[in-house]
Design a protein around this ligand. Sequence first.
Ligand SMILES: [Ca+2]
Ligand SMILES: [Ca+2]
Length: 233
Amino acid sequence: MGIKYILLLFLLTPLLAPLVFAESSLHLDIYLYINVNDTVKLLNLSILLGPEIPLFYPEGNFTFQIFSRNNQIVYQRNFSVDFVILSEPPVFTNETIIFLSVPLLPNMQTIRLLKGKKLIFEENIEKFLCNHNTKCENFENFYSCPDDCPSGSKDNVCDALRDGRCDPDCAEGIDPDCGIQNKISRLTLIILIGILGLLLLAVVILILIKKRTKAAQISDSWIQPTFSQPWER
Ligand SMILES: [Ca+2]
Ligand SMILES: [Ca+2]
């Protein structure tokens, strides 16, 4: 799977989730940067609406695990990692991005990545998903942390709820509240254009009236002068 495809998923999934999934289940998306020297970084983590996204990675020597709070494995997946861009000719690289999508399970706490039997990455994800400090931050969003990221928050997730708040993360036409706002703003624009049009018309009429008045005055000044005839002197 190419890095471009992974990045496209990264960008589009949070925006399109309300369109694609009608059911209310949640899943966890994880993006890991992996270097050939076994350096691993957590790029993104997000709980989103809908079932997990099925992805095909062939079986291999990497193992991804999720542990619960009581240190039990609640999810495990083996896969291979290719440090190569599938172009013509193929380009070998030192790094890649892995996308994993798993069903949301209760008590998920720690993710681990093993290469063979060697643990190369471990992170407690609970603190990233919700730290209950009233700030919407890190990887928190409406689905993982509604207390810190209430509906309509700028959290890279379009919740599309009809709640009177236009979600800034929604594409046009997805959040019904944004639709209402758009209609209001369009109506305001039409009214403004109408007022401007009337003002312009008033200015034109005033100019025409002034011109006519001036013309009439000039015409009068040509008619009024009288000249005495020679026999009247
Ligand atoms: Ca927070
Ligand atoms: Ca949002």
